[in-house]
Design a protein around this ligand. Structure first.
Ligand SMILES: Nc1ncnc2c1ncn2[C@@H]1O[C@H](COP(=O)(O)OP(=O)(O)OP(=O)(O)O)[C@@H](O)[C@H]1O
Ligand SMILES: [Mg+2]
Length: 307
């Protein structure tokens, strides 16, 4: 693939996007959807997209539909100039950065995509309506960008699952590709909201990834051993207010029973300081088990990290 260093075209309106999109004629178009405040996790999504598609569109949009009334959208970090630098470095063709009135010209949309029962558990229980808001904007951005593939991070495992389900259940002509979670050296999953963490919060937050690792290390012994090992790390950190720690089936999100062997999702969510954090690890449960990068159903669709 050729290295591209030109600044991406910035599209703010639907017309600007349509015009820039029409100029991408050389081959496949991939999309990476973000809320901005880009970090190495986003960069890895873009690299994976660039490795397989001729063109890449990055969307930067803070979607009001997926924020609850008590979640403060206005404090979300906005770092557009830095985001552009990353997009330029990664060879992005178009950055679509609309305001809410561009995406929702009639205001709050009456019609939304329903995430269904899988959208009501775990993150959906903590954030009612969140996944309907996510799927609605993802569906719209797929239409507006006309992308044939879309890249999402494993960090947001439930979101990824629901997007796969939407694409399948509603026949979107799009290939969904998952990218393994990119972590800081000490294990913390990269996330735009990590910037909210104070230095001491940051120390406390480490217990999430450490718990997942401890769980994965016990994977050979079965579900209760995994849960116990993970929980024993979390209980040592009372300043992390854990919302859930679960070991669930990767596609039904139901707790796996003790006899279960095979792939499962070990997921955790909690509050540290004022910040809600999530993290997860795909694991293989049973003899020879342990942590996985992504679920094997999708393993063929993704390659080693691109540097
Ligand atoms: N550490 C990471 N590794 C891999 N992918 C990631 C990582 N963090 C985010 N992503 C992916 O980047 C895409 C855009 O996510 P988003 O812009 O919400 O970033 P974020 O870091 O999750 O921000 P926030 O913490 O506010 O949700 C999603 O597909 C998400 O899964
Ligand atoms: Mg996110």
């Amino acid at each position: 693939m050729t290295t591209q260093t030109a600044t991406p075209v910035v599209a703010r309106t639907r017309d600007e996007l349509a015009e820039a999109r029409a100029a991408l004629t050389a081959g496949d178009v991939a999309v990476v959807m973000t809320m901005g405040a880009l970090h190495h996790g986003h960069a890895q999504l873009i690299k994976q997209a660039r490795a397989r598609a001729e063109h890449v569109i990055v969307t930067i949009f803070l979607n009001p539909l997926q924020f609850g009334p008590r979640e403060d959208l206005s404090r979300y970090p906005r770092t557009f100039d830095d985001d552009m630098e990353i997009c330029t470095r990664e060879g992005v063709d178009i950055v679509f950065a609309p305001t809410p009135d561009v995406v929702y010209p009639e205001g709050d949309p009456g019609v939304r995509i329903s995430a269904g029962p899988l959208g009501a558990v775990l993150e959906g229980q903590a954030r009612p309506g969140h996944f309907d808001g996510v799927l609605t904007v993802v569906g719209k951005l797929l239409h507006l960008t006309g992308a044939s593939s879309a890249y999402f991070g494993q960090k947001d495992a439930q979101q990824l699952l629901l997007i796969r389900r939407m694409v399948r259940d509603l026949d979107f002509p799009v290939d969904v590709v998952s990218v393994p979670t990119v972590r800081e050296e000490d294990g913390l999953a990269m996330s735009s909201r990590n910037t909210y963490l104070t230095a001491s919060d940051r120390e406390v937050a480490l217990c999430l990834s450490q718990a997942l690792k401890a769980g994965a290390d016990a994977a050979a012994e079965g579900p209760s051993a995994i849960r116990r090992a993970a929980r024993s790390v979390l209980v040592k950190e009372p300043l992390a207010l854990i919302d859930y720690l679960v070991l669930v089936h990767p596609t039904t999100l139901e707790d796996v029973p003790e006899w279960y062997r095979g792939e499962a999702l070990l997921a955790v969510a909690g509050r540290v300081g004022t910040t809600r954090l999530i993290d997860n690890m795909p694991v293989r449960v049973g003899p020879g088990g342990g942590a996985l990068q992504v679920f094997s159903e999708h393993a063929g669709r993704h390659e080693a990290p691109v540097e």
